[in-house]
Structure formats: C-alpha cells, structure tokens
Design a protein around this ligand. Structure first.
Ligand SMILES: Nc1ncnc2c1ncn2[C@@H]1O[C@H](COP(=O)(O)OP(=O)(O)OP(=O)(O)O)[C@@H](O)[C@H]1O
Ligand SMILES: [Mg+2]
Length: 386
C-alpha cells in the first residue's frame, strides 16, 4: 500500500529527499535538484510539490521554459526575477545592458552580467530561503542556461534551492554543464506500481473498479501517470461502468488513448522504435529481428535496440515469444498505418522471406495479405507439398 502525497502516488522517496534538502537550507546548505525522466512521468508535478514543503516566508521564483522562447536571451531569467524585482518597483534593470551585443542580438552572458545576477540572488536570499524552480530546462535560452549553471556552482552557504525538470534526452548535457557539485541531487520519478495504479483508478471512478479494467489501465499506462490520467478520463467520459465494463467498449478507448500519447511520443522521440512497432503490428510481434532489419535497412543491431526501447516503453513483452502486452496495442498501432503501407509491408516481407529461403507457406501468406492473387496458388502448392 503506497501512501498518497496530495495527488501524487508513489513519490515517498522523492518527496522525503526534497524535505531533507529543504531542511538543510536553514542550516546554510544550498541544494541543486534535477528531476529527470521520460515524457509524462510526473516531473513537473514533483517540482510543483516544492512550494508547499518550504518554510513560511520562503521566496519562490518560477519559470517554465518553452521552445518558442529559446531564442530570446534571458527569457528564463526574466520569468524568474520579473515578478519580484519588477513588482517591487525598484526600477533597476537586473540584466545589465552589456549582456546584449551592440546589435541587440544575444552575445552570451558577460562575466559582469553573471556577477550582477549572482549578487541579485544573494540579496534576495539574505534573510529567507529562496527556491528557484525551472520547468523544462531543456528549452531554456542559452544565456539563462549559462546563468543557471554559473549560479549553481556558486551557492556557497546560501539558503537557495535550485530545482529543474528535464527529459532524459537532455540530462547528459545539463549534468555536464553543471559539472561535479557536492550538493547536486538527481531524481528519477519511477513508474507507478500496479497497486498505485489501481488505487488511482478506483479513486478516479469513486468506486473499486473491475480487475480486468484495472489490469488494462496498468498494461497500457505502464506506470506513466500522464497516460493513466488520459486513459481514465476517456473511460469516464465514455461512461464505462467501473464494475462490469464491456471489453468491446473498452478496447477502442484504450487503443485511442495509447495512440494519442505513447505512440505519438515515440514517433517524435525514437522514430526507429516507431518504425519497428509498425512492422511488428503488421507482420506479428514475434517477427524475426533479421527480417525487420532487412525491411527497414537499419541492420539487426539497431532493430534490437529499437526492440529494447519498445519493451522499456511497455509496448512489447520480450518473450519468447514476443507479444503485445495488451490486446489494445496492435489496433492502436494499425489505426495509424495507412492501408497501402500495410499492403506494401506485406509485399516486401514476402520478397525478403523468399530471399531468405523461408518455407513457401510463410512467403505466400504475406503475398495474399499484400493482395497478390497468385499468392493463393503458392499457398495451395505449399499445402499440397506439406
Ligand atoms: N505521482 C503521481 N501520481 C498521480 N498523478 C501524477 C503523478 N505524477 C504526475 N501525475 C499527473 O500526471 C500528469 C503528468 O504529469 P507531469 O505533467 O508532471 O509529467 P511530466 O513528466 O512533467 O510531463 P512532460 O514530459 O510532458 O513534461 C499530470 O496530470 C499530473 O498531475
Ligand atoms: Mg513537465
């Protein structure tokens, strides 16, 4: 049984670490916390917990970075400081003019600019703890990112917590930028366990749900809170009864939720894994990696890496035999593959199989699915031969 922290399940470890570093602020121990993880795993939600863990009177500076603002120098720093310095009506520009090139273009932060920002932060933290919270640091504009790592290395004994979220893909770069820091803590919020998943679903339905329905939510969300919330919201919107759901009603809803979350992310983040998933949905989940390699022209090693990525994302059970973890996965993938692409894939599979000297029956089955009428003749001959 996992305790609930506000609305957050399965986050006891992370929250107690945050409590610990926040308690350290009063003792003059600064902290930098980075929250990593795949999409939708609850990085922002964890960052949002920080303000309520802080002591009364603490100052919270927040920024949320967005790709559309990455090109604007100091946009992240401004988001952080404008509300306190602007509202105070001090009329001081906390970003010195020399931080910009003469043309007005970003010239990268000068040392003076960084020192000035550091002293601003010092004065804000003179008589209270300060939490600087940055969501999606990977989209920060370059000078602000430089500021972040500069100040992170110079917190000395300031009661300052710097906390930022970033996806796994950006983790290495930012960690390198920060360098070795004695007070750096890295958090990787874990997937929700099946107990937490069931509790969350029960709570969303306001009653204990059917075991099969809970298992579907668990298999499709694979512990990802964003996918789980999306799925549960759809089930509720479609008035799926929690007690005795009709699988015919539930399956398409599950497939749709999967398609619009995990599969859409996969297309953007890991196209090779997306391509493999399409092949496996069309040709069958236990299709030989050598065959998939030949079809994608990626080579077997890359196919095996893509396969691991699918297993990690909960879209494939490694087996043997390899299987989809739930009946909703295959239709969700197939719904995204145009009919002519499916035919084409079967046609190419037949060619590859013939080239590899596979049994005629196997080749002919793909020919039939590719719409080649003579595939039936091959199939009949193969049957007679067998
Ligand atoms: N531990 C949790 N328990 C229950 N719900 C959660 C938990 N963590 C996050 N959520 C919910 O899941 C959804 C996604 O969370 P969040 O936006 O924090 O993910 P993220 O990792 O920041 O996503 P992204 O990669 O898009 O930035 C939100 O609705 C959030 O409230
Ligand atoms: Mg987020």
């Amino acid at each position: 049984m996992h305790a609930v922290n506000g609305d957050l399940y399965h986050r006891e470890r992370e929250i107690s670490l945050l409590q610990e570093v926040i308690a350290g602020l009063a003792l003059g121990r600064p902290a930098v916390v980075t929250v990593h993880g795949p999409r939708g795993m609850g990085k922002s939600a964890l960052l949002n917990v920080v303000p309520r863990l802080l002591p009364e009177g603490a100052l919270v500076l927040r920024a949320r970075c967005h790709p559309s603002e990455s090109g604007f120098p100091y946009s992240m720093v401004r988001q952080l400081f404008d509300p306190v310095l602007g509202a105070a009506g001090r009329g001081e520009t906390f970003i010195p003019a020399e931080a910009h090139g003469s043309s007005g273009e970003a010239a990268g932060p000068t040392h003076e600019a960084l020192l000035h920002l550091l002293s601003t932060t010092r004065s804000l933290a003179a008589d209270r703890p300060v939490a600087v919270l940055v969501d999606d640091l990977q989209y920060a504009d370059e000078p602000s990112l430089r500021w972040f790592s500069y100040i992170a290395r110079r917190l000395d004994d300031l009661p300052v917590l710097l906390a930022a979220t970033l996806p796994d893909s950006a983790a290495a770069r930012v960690t390198e930028e920060l360098g070795p820091l004695p007070y750096l803590n890295r958090l990787w919020p874990e997937p929700l366990c099946s107990t937490c998943t069931t509790e969350l679903v029960d709570r969303a339905f306001d009653s204990p749900v059917d075991q099969g329905l809970a298992a579907l939510c668990d298999a499709l969300a694979h512990g990802n809170p964003m996918v789980l919330h999306d799925l549960v919201n759809r089930l509720r919107r479609e008035h799926v009864p929690p007690g005795a759901p009709d699988p015919q009603q539930v399956l398409p809803i599950g497939a749709q939720a999967l398609s619009e979350t995990v599969l859409a992310w996969l297309d953007e983040d890991d196209p090779a894994a997306g391509e493999l998933l399409t092949q496996l949905a069309v040709l069958g989940p236990d299709t030989d990696p050598a065959m998939c390699g030949a079809l994608s022209q990626h080579g077997e090693v890359q196919v095996l890496q893509a396969r691991d990525a699918l297993v990690r994302a909960g879209l494939l059970e490694a087996g043997p035999p390899a299987r989809f973890p739930h009946a909703a996965v295959r239709p969700a993938v197939l719904a995204r593959v145009p009919a002519e692409d499916r035919l084409h894939l079967h046609g190419r599979a037949a060619t590859v199989l013939a080239r590899l000297g596979a049994p005629a029956r196997q080749t002919a089955e793909h020919l039939v699915k590719a719409g080649c009428e003579w595939g039936l003749d091959v199939l009949r001959d193969a049957g007679r031969a067998g």
